[in-house]
Design a binder for this molecule. Structure first.
Ligand code: PEP
Ligand code: MG
Length: 750
């Protein structure tokens, strides 16, 4: 049986190589019956009503699709009880049900185990033998173990009765950013040098010659790519190419590869060893900047390897072949997004991540539909047509013409609806009972400045400064930062701009300043903790913000991840210093207002101490929910437990609003909660009057406010705060959204 356990890994690996669901399930049942030496192995999918559908069988045969009504037979029993059933004589069991005309009468024993995903039974795996003998404990254990892996596969298999082929392959994930995108997929991964196996080189001279050719080819590719992209990509991204060029001319790397070849390694192997060697040297350096250079070396290694295998087409080059592109990858990085011309980017699909990962936040900011946590879809190749349904958190791979037509119609309807919303642009966000709400945008990329302005935002409620830092290959200096920030102030002249100091760490890493070796990065060196420790960065940034705001009085500085008053005191002292410096440097400026993010729960109880230390509070509902619920905002496995209308989050936000009022502090909310209509009704009912969200969602939230009575929101909020679960809260508010006509709009999710 030990061998059988090893077989388990083999089955899972083999299945991952198969393209169609039909091939996958057939392989699974054939392999299991061979390993366990049983006559029949069958895999059923179970729906939410406990109806079972036979996906594949080795041993049972039928001309028609086999379906079992809810709870029928031993399969139904396994599904309902969520427990294995293992019997020697199935026919004598009270729940026995014989599948007619299926050959089942030949089999005596029955062992069925449930396939469970996110706490729900989604399938049943059954083995049956011709002998009246119970399956051994060990074999039953093998099936249970296998069922864990199979659950993942079965969850992604479409209904066989309606989808007989690879067409219209649905994969479910989580909504990352709403909207519908149709385009050709562009994979953000490619060959990895680290996976290259060892192999001997037969002709060292020829291999050294290949190395020299490869260097020339790669250099040429890098400079032509840079040239081709120069005008389309931000200068900051273009600098990355220069860094690669410099590394490529480094004699020590060139010689190291030669040495490895002379020791008998083939070129890719020599390259892998040399790149590893330099990575380790960089990683061991004390200086964090130099330590971070190991990532450049790694990227360069992959680039050389891709050139060697001959498929190193850059994303932007590949994108040129298509009218619309969907970026697909385990994780899609900011630079991946920056590489694609904005008008071509139709969607983003991440195999990992959740609705609150920064890729999703960025997609929201840009109004690009995104689906997260779909797992790795089988049979996906670059260029395949893919539909991103950001309303339902689904992707459809290889959609049929019919499905594409349906989605195109939906897209058209949405466009129309968005045009209607655009007509609200210059109208105020004012409720039916005349309460004005200030709606602002969250931004961070220069590319999403204009959508914010177009959406009619009253200012920037959150400028995430880490985003311009992320798309570079080194820290921007003061003048470079001034240049970027000035564009924000120019676009929002005279309007408030809340700029947050660098919030890196946790899931937001800079490519040139990676923070390694943290067991719990979300609880680690992040936000203000990091910038107060690297004070020179913070001083430069604050100077740049103040200089960029010039004589305007519209800059407010927001501090991320504040958890104690001493951090606020330290920042205020730093601000005094910076203001003195700027004055003696001859700059004219206004001292900015200062506020903190309320995202670490600990700070809520300390709001009374803040009344004469800061001017305002900004609730960061994404992190506040993450920390209150102890649910990682980036972990797809627990994403279904993340909901910012969780009673605990609502009560803490209510407490924050009351404390802010007593302390006389301004208050806004800038997490993704501000674009969730259900949450917005409750927040307005609590008395919040300033919200900041992605530009793409702002018109829709404005339309909601214009349909709402605040007095009604207040009474609904009171009721919501008395409820003990998310579904009841959502149900309560959704009834109101329907009644006021908000949920009947053409956009599916609003
Ligand atoms: C938040 O935590 O809600 C927030 C707005 O900050 P970020 O999403 O950038 O962490
Ligand atoms: Mg945050």
């Amino acid at each position: 049986m030990k061998k059988a356990i090893m077989e388990l890994t083999r089955i899972v690996q083999a299945v991952s190589m198969l393209d169609t669901p039909h091939d996958q399930v057939t392989y699974i049942v054939d392999s299991i019956s061979a390993i366990l030496k049983v006559g029949a192995c069958s895999l059923y999918r179970v729906d939410s009503n406990f109806e079972a559908e036979l996906l594949a069988s080795h041993g049972l045969v039928s001309k028609e699709q086999i379906k079992l009504p809810a709870g029928v037979g031993l399969v139904g029993l396994v599904a309902k009880s969520r427990h294995p059933v293992n019997v020697a004589d199935a026919a004598s069991h009270p729940n026995f049900y014989l599948l007619d005309n299926s050959n089942e009468e030949k089999f005596k024993s029955f062992c069925g185990v449930p396939l469970v995903r996110s706490g729900k039974v989604i399938g049943v795996l059954v083995v049956q033998s011709k002998f009246q003998r119970q399956l051994s404990q060990e074999r039953e254990g093998f099936l249970v173990t296998l069922a864990f892996q199979l659950a993942m596969i079965v969850a992604n298999i479409p209904s066989l009765s309606t989808q007989p082929s690879v067409w219209d392959k649905h994969s479910s994930g989580i909504v990352g950013s709403q909207g519908i995108g149709i385009g050709n997929s562009l994979l953000c991964m490619g060959a990895q040098l680290k996976d290259v196996p060892d192999a001997e080189c037969e002709d060292t001279e020829a291999e050294i010659q290949s190395w020299q050719d490869l260097l020339i080819r790669t250099q040429a590719e890098i400079s032509s790519e840079r040239e081709a992209l120069g005008s389309q990509i931000p200068e900051s991204v273009a600098h990355i190419f220069d860094a690669y060029s410099m590394l490529l001319s480094d004699q020590s790397l060139i010689n190291k590869v030669k040495e490895e070849i002379l020791l008998g390694h083939w070129l890719p192997g020599a390259l892998r060893l040399s790149i590893n060697f330099y990575c380790e040297i960089f990683k061991a350096m004390d200086d964090p900047y130099l330590r971070a250079r190991h990532e450049d070396v790694q990227h360069l290694g992959n680039k050389l390897f891709k050139t060697w295998i001959g498929n190193d087409e850059s994303s932007a080059n590949l994108a040129a072949n298509y009218a619309a592109v969907v970026l697909v990858g385990a994780q899609v990085s900011v630079s991946d997004i920056a590489m694609i011309p904005a008008q071509k980017l139709a969607g983003i699909v991440c195999f990992e991540g959740s609705s609150l990962s920064h890729t999703a936040v960025l997609a929201n900011a840009l109004g690009i539909p995104a689906v997260m946590g779909v797992g790795e879809p089988k049979g996906l190749h670059s260029g395949d047509l893919i539909i991103v349904d950001g309303y339902n958190g689904e992707i459809i791979l290889h959609p049929s013409k019919l499905v594409v037509r349906e989605y195109r119609q939906l897209l058209k309807k949405n466009k129309l609806h968005l045009q209607q919303l655009e007509s609200l642009r210059d109208k105020p966000a004012i409720s039916i009972d005349h309460v004005s709400i200030c709606l602002m945008v969250n931004t961070g990329l220069l590319a999403d400045i204009s959508p914010g302005v177009k959406s009619g935002a009253e200012g920037v409620g959150l400028y995430r400064t880490e985003i311009p830092f992320m798309v570079r290959d080194s820290f921007p200096n003061e003048n470079e930062q001034v240049e970027v920030y000035e564009q924000v102030f120019a676009a929002y002249a005279g309007k408030p701009v809340y700029m947050r100091t660098l919030d890196i760490g946790g899931d937001k890493q800079l490519p040139y300043f990676p923070i390694h070796h943290e067991e719990n990065p979300a609880l680690g060196w992040r936000g203000i903790r990091l910038t107060l420790d690297t004070i020179q960065l913070l001083i430069t940034q604050v100077r740049a913000m103040i200089r960029a705001s010039g004589n305007g009085k519209n800059l407010s500085i927001v501090l991320p991840m504040i958890c104690s008053i001493t951090e606020v005191d330290a920042f205020n002292e730093l601000l005094d210093d910076v203001c003195e410096q700027l004055q003696s440097d001859g700059f004219e400026f206004h001292r900015p207002q200062v506020g903190i993010m309320v995202e670490v729960p600990a700070v809520i109880s300390q709001i009374p101490f803040l009344s004469n230390k800061v001017d305002f509070l900004s609730i960061g509902s994404n992190d506040l929910s993450q920390y209150l619920l102890a649910v990682d905002r980036n972990n797809a496995r627990v994403a279904n437990r993340f909901d910012h209308v969780h009673p605990a989050v609502l009560h803490e936000i209510n407490r924050t609003i009351c404390s802010a009022k007593s302390a006389g502090l301004g208050l806004s909310l800038c997490g993704e909660m501000a674009s969730d209509p259900v949450a917005v009704v409750i927040l307005l009912g609590m008395g919040l009057r300033q919200l900041s969200m992605s530009a793409a969602m702002l018109p829709s939230i404005k339309s909601l406010i214009r349909l709402l009575r605040i007095s009604r929101a207040e009474s609904l909020c009171e009721q919501a705060l008395r409820l003990d679960n998310v579904s009841a809260i959502r149900q309560l508010i959704n009834i109101e959204l329907r009644e006021i006509g908000y949920l009947n709009k053409p956009l599916p999710a609003i």
